[in-house]
Ligand binder design. Structure first.
Ligand SMILES: Cc1cc2nc3c(=O)[nH]c(=O)nc-3n(C[C@H](O)[C@H](O)[C@H](O)COP(=O)(O)OP(=O)(O)OC[C@H]3O[C@@H](n4cnc5c(N)ncnc54)[C@H](O)[C@@H]3O)c2cc1C
Ligand code: SF4
Length: 445
């Protein structure tokens, strides 16, 4: 049985930025959908939610049916409705976007799944019990999607989670203004009630060994995500208030002070990086009251890996973007007081062109904190996985998510190096289907 910590213990924090649709708004929006044949919105969704079908169900007042359509393809439909970059997925593909406004697919999906969650309508139905058990490492989106697929097919799925709370980055990472930890935990609890066995506070490789998991289960799914941001190797990096972006965001989300010795409100901070995580740090910090937020990126704005719409939002929040800029040293005696930076220019064309310093361009930014957001490394556990090939924290898998050890499967950020929640869900589900095929093949051989 799962014994999940209650989300009610969490502090009430900032509300989600996008307000939910009312019934009238949802009906009006749903009636705009053209129910396209071979719908591009469905094709653009990594979990292939039948978008026109669920929207039609909303339009006809069958909200529970709409939720069932969504959840049958994506059990984390409630969180994906909030956190998916719909601008570049389903809504980006909507035919109405060419000349009008695309259908607000994310908000409609949220309307239907919230309706079902609030009424306790089960998000899945456990299948008749079959012999076969799978151990799942990590209760992030990949692990949860894998477990849900297995439980629906009648197999035992036990999820081992190192953290106090389940949900992975849905709970600890995704920006607060998109989804609160409370919503993420309510969603997990909703799933757990349907038969997912989630054991939090169990670090595989420490609290339980891989050998024990191998003895208990027929197959093991690795959904451990990525690890900490590696050090930059800068002088002064061990000073207090030099923080990892993931810790910074998790602290903010859970209502803990992210800086050691001062409130974030009124602070000046520098964020180093150019991906979506760095952008989330800047926006979150600004919303939490930081006085000045600098974002340092070593190349030009066009080559930033972050989504343009996320960067735009961050700049709207007052972020000061410094392109072609690198950190040189972190300054301070017993805490951070500044960051020395330098301008660089590329020698040649393209994203990999070497960068050379611009002579005489060094200057000091007066800041009280520096946040490292330069990309995550791999989790420690990967080194313990027997016969599982991985490189740079990324596990090698075949088209079903099977690793180089046939008893181990993997999905989510630990096979992609970091994508979106919806990709992790799709990969967790795919691996579960591969595991089921494998268990069935072994039982019949
Ligand atoms: C700051 C940030 C913001 C993001 N924002 C968005 C967004 O807005 N929209 C979006 O779609 N995606 C976003 N993403 C990406 C998204 O969160 C990830 O792609 C997704 O969470 C990956 O799911 P996962 O299950 O693979 O890994 P995770 O969510 O990282 O979950 C892995 C789980 O495994 C657990 N674990 C690790 N080691 C062990 C062990 N030894 N034993 C037991 N458990 C272990 C971890 O504690 C964790 O709970 C964001 C990512 C970050 C870092
Ligand atoms: S592409 Fe847009 S209009 Fe067509 S089915 Fe999808 S949501 Fe409806």
């Amino acid at each position: 049985m799962s014994d999940l910590p209650s989300p009610l213990r969490l502090p009430p924090l900032e509300a989600e930025k996008k307000p939910p649709l009312s019934l009238d708004e949802a009906l009006a929006e749903a009636h705009r959908c053209l129910s396209c044949f071979d719908a591009p919105c469905t094709n653009a969704c990594p979990t292939h939610i039948d978008v026109p079908r669920f929207i039609k169900r909303i339009a006809t007042g069958n909200i529970a049916g709409a939720a069932r359509t969504i959840l049958s393809a994506n059990v984390l439909g409630a969180s994906c409705a909030r956190v998916c970059p719909t601008e570049v997925l389903c809504e980006g593909a909507c035919v109405l976007g060419d000349h009008h406004r695309p259908i607000a697919i994310g908000l409609l999906q949220r309307f239907a799944t919230d309706y079902a969650m609030a009424r306790g309508i089960p998000p899945l139905r456990a299948g008749p019990r079959r012999p076969g058990s799978v151990g799942i490492i990590g209760a992030g989106p990949a692990g949860l999607a894998c477990a849900a697929e297995l439980v629906q097919a009648g197999y035992e799925a036990v999820v081992y989670e190192a953290a106090e709370w389940p949900g992975g980055l849905n709970t600890y990472g995704v920006a607060q203004y998109k989804m609160t930890p409370r919503v993420s935990l309510q969603e997990v609890e909703w799933l757990a009630r349907c038969g997912l066995d989630i054991r939090c506070g169990v670090r595989v490789g420490v609290d339980v060994s891989l050998a024990e998991l191998e003895a208990r289960h027929d197959a093991i799914f690795v959904g451990v995500g990525m690890g900490a941001v590696p050090p930059l190797g800068l002088p002064g990096e061990d000073l207090p208030n030099v923080v990892d972006a993931l810790d910074f965001i998790a602290d903010l989300k859970l209502g803990r002070p992210p800086l050691i010795d001062r409130p974030l409100r009124g602070a000046r901070i520098a964020v180093i990086g150019g991906g979506n995580t760095s952008i989330d740090v800047t926006t979150q910090a600004a919303r939490a009251g930081a006085a000045t937020v600098w974002l340092l990126y070593r190349r030009d704005q066009d080559t930033m890996p972050a989504y343009a719409h996320e960067l735009h939002l961050s700049i709207e929040h007052g972020t000061r973007l410094l392109c072609h800029t690198v950190p040189v040293r972190i300054v301070g005696q017993d805490r951070v007081t500044g960051l020395e930076i330098e301008q660089v220019r590329p020698e040649g064309e393209g994203r990999t062109a070497p960068l050379v310093p611009v002579p005489g361009s060094r200057r000091l930014l007066e800041v009280e904190a520096v946040v490292r957001a330069t990309g995550q490394g791999g989790v420690d556990l990967l080194r313990q996985l027997p016969g599982v090939a991985h490189r740079g924290g990324v596990v090698q898998v075949d088209e079903w998510g099977r690793t180089t050890n046939p008893r181990y499967w993997a999905g989510g950020d630990c096979i992609s190096g970091g994508k979106e929640v919806v990709n992790a869900v799709a990969e967790g589900k795919r691996a579960a289907q591969g595991i089921i095929r494998d268990i069935l093949a072994r039982k019949t051989s």
